[in-house]
Design a protein around this ligand. Structure first.
Ligand code: NAP
Length: 286
């Protein structure tokens, strides 16, 4: 049996970051503006600390400065909202990333909504969700945006296809389904209350696994020839799809790691430079 082709997110992300770096350098040469991303971290969750460090390192490679705001775990919703409003009003900051999760005692939604839509380069606000859902210009949630870029890179046109998204979180499952719908896929969402998950997934021409359960989907759940996007990232570098069996059935599949993960950061950097270009354009027009 032929094996699926791998969707190489590392290579595509590298090209996007190189292109983003070129755009950042051109902007700086033309206007003196250096794109700036503010990263906000509440507490010291080790995974979150690592994610933020990775994002800041990649910013440096792309000619983006990053300003880090580390807040104690005891930070209140009001304090976090105040910090995000200040960053939203600061003309030297073009993009804002509030690292999720922020702690159960904080109203995360209130915090996200304190981010100005023009600086919402992580695509977490209601405004960004609305523009994304309508297919209008705006910032997309980074992992879903990265997934769509991967599909485009491998010439997968969602129009008319059956797409099954497993997971419905606000940052991943729900928005990726909306992006697929905006591209004319017939979208089904599955979640923890779905009856007979395997039967639903077997209908899919495009499967997006966004659950956080190691190897939840097996090869036998995959329709032969389907495109399999594994956004899951679990302990031990394991995705939500059992790669070894799924690779025998799919036509295209993302590896874990090296598939969706690198695309998330690339999308964040790209959107930060877009925000900086828009802000600099506004300045020039003024
Ligand atoms: P989440 O907020 O925990 O959401 C998980 C979703 O999976 C929920 O909608 C949940 O259903 C559903 N679910 C749980 N168990 C299920 C089951 N047995 N069958 C079907 N659905 C089930 O997670 P998330 O933040 O979306 O992240 C999902 C995965 O993606 C994680 O592995 C995370 O590490 C990874 N991730 C990767 C990136 C990246 O850059 N590569 C970025 C973000 C997240 P209910 O809604 O019914 O509870």
């Amino acid at each position: 049996m032929t094996q699926a082709r791998l969707m190489d997110g590392t290579a595509l992300a590298r090209r996007i970051v190189e292109d983003t770096a070129r755009r950042a350098a051109q902007l700086t040469a033309r206007t003196g503006v250096v794109p700036a991303l503010a990263t906000v971290l509440v507490g010291e969750d080790p995974a979150s600390v690592t994610y933020v460090r990775m994002k800041r390192n990649r910013c440096r490679e792309a000619g983006i400065t990053s300003r880090h705001v580390a807040l104690p775990a005891s930070t209140s919703t009001a304090e976090l909202v105040g910090t995000l409003r200040e960053l939203s009003a600061d003309p030297a900051v073009h993009g804002i990333l509030l690292q999720h999760p922020v702690g159960d005692h904080i109203d995360e939604r209130a915090a996200f909504e304190a981010i100005a839509p023009g600086k919402d380069v992580d695509g977490v606000t209601f405004a960004s969700f609305a523009t994304m859902s309508f297919g209008l210009p705006g910032f997309v949630s980074c992992t879903p945006g990265g997934i769509m870029r991967l599909l485009d890179e491998y010439a997968v046109d969602p129009a008319g296809k059956r797409a099954v998204v497993v997971g419905r979180s606000a940052i991943l499952g729900k928005p990726v389904g909306m992006l697929l719908l905006a591209r004319d896929a017939t979208v089904t969402y599955c979640h923890s209350r779905t009856r007979d998950l395997s039967a639903a997934v077997r209908e899919a021409d495009i499967v997006v696994a966004a659950v956080g359960r190691p190897r939840l989907l097996r090869g036998q759940d995959i329709k032969p020839g389907a495109v399999v996007i594994d956004a899951g990232y679990n302990a031990g570098n394991v995705g939500d799809v059992d790669f070894d069996s799924a690779v025998e059935r799919a036509s295209l599949i993302t590896p874990v790691p090296g598939g969706v993960g690198p695309m998330t950061i690339a999308t964040l950097l790209e959107q930060t430079v877009t925000a900086a270009e828009a802000a600099a354009g506004g300045l020039q027009a003024a």
